[in-house]
Structures are given as structure tokens and as C-alpha cells.
Design a protein around this ligand. Structure first.
Ligand code: DAH
Length: 353
């Protein structure tokens, strides 16, 4: 029996030499130290041995068991160390490699332009006033002195909100310009003190929508920045000065501006403002259609009817207003040739700003 124990020991140790990974090590443990291993059968058979042989055999069997357990522990540690060494060699980190760039979000080019306009007008004392995108025909047209048959009211230009057919001659629409905010703001300001309404110095930014044929210069959605100043003794000179100052701050000290007489129902007199084309320096090029000038806004003195609709007595108060196209301005500054790029969410375009 002692010989058999020596064999068991030898065989087990020999087998252990071949074990190269943790999984086989467990198989080895089951085979040589497990419940039904040869060594355990020796323990199981102790009781059947003659009484005088039992102590020696039992002692030796315990020794073999301890020895195998120790060998198992050592082998396990060796394997663990080897695995660690391997992984340290193979999975080396090269800390000198350049990092992977993290994709960063950024502001939409129109938002950047709008924020710059907020800054420029902010320095002149104007505050941002937010007005709604879904408007009524009344605010978008009627209160702004649009005659009932004005071509801009045509179905072609306006998106109607479908569910509102029953509103008759005051349907809900998507605003076609930011000008209805003039009425909303003036009414809010004057409601606080109808007899002596406070002066107004605001800019009204936001999306506008028109049912238009889309092309390089026109899209069905675009931003506007409305400017409105109302108070006592405001003149066309104030409008000109403010706009010229805005253009200089926005486009550079030396930029030239030009006012052209125009027509809008809600201003009288009305004008359109051109800036010198900075692509060609005023020489004339395809972008400015050979004229040397680029139109950036409409403006004028607030029409007496509009002032009255806003709660300001036109006998006592006057004001000027303007509507600027931020996408238009962005196109000029960055030489963008097609307005459709702005709202198709193409990262190749957006990532350039
Ligand atoms: N609302 C006009 C448009 O969308 C732009 C405009 C022109 C706004 C003159 C004004 C203004 O405030 O005075 O075409």
C-alpha cells in the first residue's frame, strides 16, 4: 500500500508538470485530489486495513495529500505569474501615442452670428425679446398694416396650421417674419402703463417660415433678427446711425453702407440697407450680381398704425424698426454660396465653423 501511495504521488506530480493553464489545473485537482481520486480511495479503504498497518499508511496518505496540495498551490502561483508577465508584455500601453480626438459639439453658424448681433446691439442698449413662432393672421399681418389683398398674404407664402380652419379670417399660421413680435412687445410694455408707456429698445430673434420654392437664396425656414426702438423724438437719423454703427461693428470699421428707398406696410418711410460687397470690394462680382452691394436688411420708421396697434400714441411717440437676415449675414461673412446648407444638418458643412 505504501508503494501504491508512492505511485499516486509520482503520477500526480508528473501530470502537474504538463499543466499550462488555470482551467487544466482545476481538472488536475479533481483527478488527483478530488472525491474519487486514487488518493481518496486510499483514505476510504483505511478502515478495511489490518489495525497495525493503519497508522503508517494513514500518515503517509496524509503526507501525500499535503504534498500534492502544496504542489498545486505553487503551480497555480507560477501560472498566475506567467499569465501576468505575458499580459504585461503583450498589452503594453504606449503613453507617447497621441490621444484619440473627442468629437466636440459646436454652435450652429447662425447661432454664432446671432450671438454676435446680440453683443453688438446689447452694447447699444437693446435687450432680447422672444416672441412666438406660431402666430395668428391678425398679429402676423393685420396689426402690421397689411392691406387685406397684400400679395404676401397669399397662400403661396404662408404655412397655415391645418386644424384651425374654423378661425375664419384669423387662422393660426407659422410666422413669416419676426415683425409680429413688435406688436406683442409694444402691447406688453404699454399695458403696464397705458398713459405713459415706457421706451422700447429690443431685438427679436427667431425662426420664420415661408411656403416658398427653395433655391440657393431662399429656404422655407430661416432666422430673422427684428430690431425695434420706440420712444419720444426718435428720428430717421437715429435709425441710420444705429444701423451704420451695427454694420461697422459687425463687418469692420471701414465698411460702407447704403440706404435705398423701399416699401413695407408696417414702416413709413421704408428702406433697404446694402453693405459693400466684401467679396469684390465693391467692384461687382457674381455674388453681388455685379452691383458691388449686398442687401442685408429692411428697415424704416414704425408706421403710425402699428404704433397705435401697439398701444403707443403716434402723436407723441415714434420709432424705428429693422429686420435682418442672420443666415444672409453669415453667408456674406463666410462666403457661403447656398442658403440650403444651413438647415440640412450636414456635419461636413457645420464642422467648418
Ligand atoms: N418683416 C420684413 C420681412 O420679413 C423685414 C422687415 C422690413 C422688418 C422692415 C422690419 C422693417 O422691422 O422695418 O421681409
Amino acid at each position: 500500500m505504501l508503494e501504491r501511495l508512492a505511485q499516486i504521488e509520482q503520477k500526480a506530480l508528473a501530470a502537474l508538470q504538463f499543466v499550462q493553464e488555470e482551467a487544466t489545473l482545476e481538472a488536475w485537482r479533481v483527478a488527483h485530489l478530488g472525491r474519487s481520486s486514487p488518493l481518496m480511495t486510499v483514505f476510504d479503504g483505511l478502515g478495511a486495513l489490518p489495525k497495525e498497518e493503519r497508522p503508517a499508511i494513514g500518515k503517509r496518505a496524509n503526507e501525500v495529500k499535503k504534498l500534492l496540495e502544496t504542489a498545486l498551490g505553487e503551480r497555480s502561483e507560477t501560472l498566475r505569474q506567467a499569465a501576468l508577465k505575458r499580459s504585461l508584455e503583450q498589452e503594453q500601453l504606449d503613453v507617447t501615442l497621441p490621444g484619440r480626438p473627442f468629437p466636440l459639439g459646436r454652435l450652429h453658424p447662425t447661432t454664432q452670428t446671432l450671438r454676435e448681433m446680440f453683443r453688438v446691439f446689447g452694447e447699444m442698449g437693446f435687450q432680447v425679446y422672444r416672441s412666438r413662432e406660431v402666430e395668428t393672421d391678425e398679429y402676423n399681418f393685420q396689426l402690421l398694416n397689411f392691406p387685406p389683398d397684400h400679395p404676401a398674404r397669399d397662400m403661396q407664402d404662408t404655412f397655415f396650421i391645418k386644424s384651425d380652419d374654423e378661425r375664419g379670417d384669423n387662422p393660426l399660421i407659422l410666422r413669416t417674419h419676426t415683425s409680429p413680435g413688435q406688436i406683442r412687445a409694444m402691447r406688453e410694455y404699454s399695458a403696464a402703463n397705458p398713459d405713459n408707456p415706457p421706451p422700447v429698445r429690443i431685438i427679436l430673434p427667431g425662426m420664420c417660415f415661408r411656403y416658398e420654392e427653395v433655391n440657393a437664396r431662399k429656404d422655407i425656414q430661416f432666422n430673422q433678427l427684428e430690431v425695434l426702438a420706440v420712444g419720444r423724438g426718435i428720428t430717421f437719423g437715429d435709425l441710420k446711425g444705429t444701423i451704420a454703427d451695427f454694420a461697422r461693428r459687425m463687418f469692420g470699421q471701414n465698411v460702407r453702407t447704403r440706404f435705398r428707398a423701399s416699401y413695407f406696410p408696417f414702416t413709413e418711410p421704408s428702406a433697404e440697407v446694402d453693405v459693400e460687397c466684401f467679396l469684390c470690394g465693391g467692384q461687382g462680382c457674381p455674388v453681388c450680381k455685379g452691383s458691388g452691394w449686398l442687401e442685408i436688411m429692411g428697415c424704416g420708421m414704425v408706421h403710425p398704425v402699428v404704433l397705435r396697434n401697439g398701444g403707443y400714441d403716434p402723436e407723441k411717440y415714434s420709432g424705428f424698426a429693422a429686420g435682418i437676415g442672420p443666415e444672409r449675414v453669415t453667408m456674406l461673412r463666410h462666403h457661403i454660396e447656398d442658403i440650403r446648407y444651413f438647415w440640412v444638418n450636414d456635419l461636413r458643412f457645420l464642422e467648418q465653423f
